[in-house]
Write a protein that binds this ligand. Structure first.
Ligand code: SAM
Length: 330
């Protein structure tokens, strides 16, 4: 099978799949408080998700990240992971997920047994009241318990922190120090203009350039050459010994090396997180039991992958794209 190479010569080797748009948190920068979720009947079945991922792996995808919404709220999710793990070492190098951690206590051991080696956990604060304000749910104890369970199960953990001017700016150094103290990587992310949330993101936008300057006033940050093939730029914090990433879609574009595409839980393939263009894979998937139509649709989509997003800090007040991160997955 031929590899997936886009018009700019970039080989697509990384697929992110949102397995549900539902979430048990309501992070204010991510979604509206009263979100309308998709009817369950619109979602790809677990078997269809498996078939879709398998088709991409046949085309050279080596890293698969399952996300959402919250992937662990989808019933049967661990079974999907167990099934997909058959590709590890047989095309697939890494099978991983991004989670808010609320359900990890119940599932961490099974995930580790299924061959998951590392996970990303999103956590923007260690303060219970602040967590409840940002996520609109009082779930910090469950998340911390889940993270501890994942660590005990031997999973490597990266803590993803969205930098928010009013909500967590002052806590960022403590959060990084805590993550590094636990032996986790940490990664800071700028808010992106994805979907209406009922709030103006401009007020919450915090440039990571400014955060880095602030961190450098008391820590020594050494640039690391290693990259996970993604948009993060990494440093080693000399004082904590830990790794810290910066994802700066607003202050620095990272599209030149983009190696990824995303599929929603309804089977829509987005070639860029920050653009509206998309290709439906559900119809070809359902049209026939063999994958010819599916591969033709994937080829047509990759041929349309744009050069990059055009997020801009000065346009944060209006979403660059209508859909929420919970649809395409973070
Ligand atoms: N529920 C899982 C979680 O919390 O990690 C996976 C999905 S969540 C949409 C993935 C990541 O996207 C989280 O780290 C979240 O903080 C981030 N995110 C959501 N909306 C965002 C936005 N508008 N800008 C930047 N990051 C966002």
């Amino acid at each position: 099978m031929t590899a997936l190479v886009d018009p700019f010569g970039r080989t697509i080797s990384y697929l992110r799949v949102s397995v549900t748009d539902r979430c048990d948190l309501r992070c204010a920068y991510c979604m509206a408080e009263h979100m309308t979720f998709l009817p369950k009947a619109d979602l790809l079945s677990l078997e269809e998700l498996d078939r879709l991922c398998t088709a991409f792996i046949a085309r050279g995808v080596r890293k698969l990240r399952l996300t959402g919404g919250e992937p662990l709220v989808r019933r049967g999710f661990v079974g999907l992971v167990q099934g997909l793990s058959r590709h590890l070492g047989a095309g697939l190098d890494e099978l991983t997920l991004t989670t808010n951690g609320t359900q990890l206590t119940a599932h961490a051991d099974d995930l580790a047994r299924a061959g998951v080696r590392r996970i990303n956990v999103s956590l923007d604060t260690l303060d219970r009241a602040r967590f409840a304000r940002i996520t609109r749910r009082d779930a910090l104890p469950a998340v911390l318990e889940g993270i501890a369970a994942a660590k005990a199960a031997g999973l490597r953990i990266k803590i993803n922190i969205v930098a928010l001017k009013d909500d967590n700016a002052e806590e960022i150094p403590d959060l990084i120090a805590w993550a590094h103290g636990q032996g986790f990587d940490a990664c800071l992310i700028e808010t992106m203009p994805l979907g209406e949330t009922g709030e103006d993101r401009t007020a919450q936008f915090l440039s990571l350039k400014a955060v880095r300057r602030e961190l450098e006033s008391f820590w020594t940050l050494r640039d690391l050459p290693d990259s996970t093939g993604g948009p993060a730029r990494y440093v080693r914090v000399q004082e904590t010994g830990g790794r810290l990433g910066f994802i700066t879609p607003l202050t620095h574009t990272f599209c030149e090396a983009c190696n990824r595409v995303r599929v929603t839980c309804t089977g829509t393939l987005f070639m860029c997180l920050g653009q509206e263009d998309a290709v439906d894979l559900r119809a070809p998937l359902r049209a026939s039991a063999d994958d010819d139509l599916l591969h033709a649709a994937i080829d047509a989509a990759i041929a349309r992958k744009p050069k990059g997003h055009d997020f801009a800090a000065e346009r944060l007040a209006t979403p660059a794209v209508a859909r929420h991160m919970s649809m395409t997955g973070g």
